[in-house]
Design a protein around this ligand. Sequence first.
Ligand SMILES: [Zn+2]
Length: 315
Amino acid sequence: MKSLRVLLSISALIAATSAGAVAQAQDDAWQKQKAERFKPFTAAQTDPIDAAVPKVATAKPKQQRRALVFYRCEGFIHGSIPYANYALQKMGEQTGAFKVDLADTYDVFNRENLEKYDCIILNNTTGMTFPEASQQIAFLDFINGGKGLMGIHAASDNFGRHPECRAIVGGEFGGHPWNAGGNWAFKLDDPDHILNAAFEGKGFWHTDEIYQYKNETYVGPKVLRLLVSLDMGQEEVSKMIKDGPREVPVSWLRKAGDGRVFYTNFGHREDTFQNPVILRHMLDGIQYAIGDLEADATPTAEIPKVDPALSPAKS
Ligand SMILES: [Zn+2]
């Protein structure tokens, strides 16, 4: 019996060691890919971001705010990640709305460390898989307990292994019929909503890759307050799918427990982070998630129908 116990504890030790070794190998692989992909910036890259970043916060911060920007990828690695990291840092510095800490290792997700932060920003993370159950719990408790989450683009191509986290974001990537080279039409579902202020009440065209979501994962307008969607009234948009026009949301906000979530699908392309309108939209979403900008998160299905602001004819 004693020898059986020894055997069991040895096998548990081997299992733990090999799990640790797997996690270490994953970390090494990510660090190598990151070094290959993300080269130091030149002025040609940073100058247009500097010019586009908002200079003034939309809401006055109630206190010094701190955002944890996480950009780890287990799947596709977006070239726009360093652009977004730079833009978020610059945005925080220039507006005073928040300070940024960048992170790409899962050990930041523990209760003690997260207490320092008001908001987690998922910058194009793909396939996030918490090595420890406690890290997923810390992430969920952070948001449900009253803090904020902001997701950029691939933050929805992210939690296939963690359905509860996926549901908090709002949906999971189900392809991108609207590819990165296309110029697409967008409507404001809620033209007067404060988190749409950047668009000044008008639909618009923008060049970026846009996702649709797997039906079974998309939590929908009973949970989300929809802000921006593809404008299916434009044939250039609707012809990209075979099953006819349907709602494809792009930006939304929601409550999650006592916390606040803002997500936008913009941000595949590097030059999206050189666009002052989109950056203002992102800043407002972050200030909502942080808790400084009051915004109505009543789900779209629970409010009286609002006339959308459709996109103009393509110029
Ligand atoms: Zn993308």
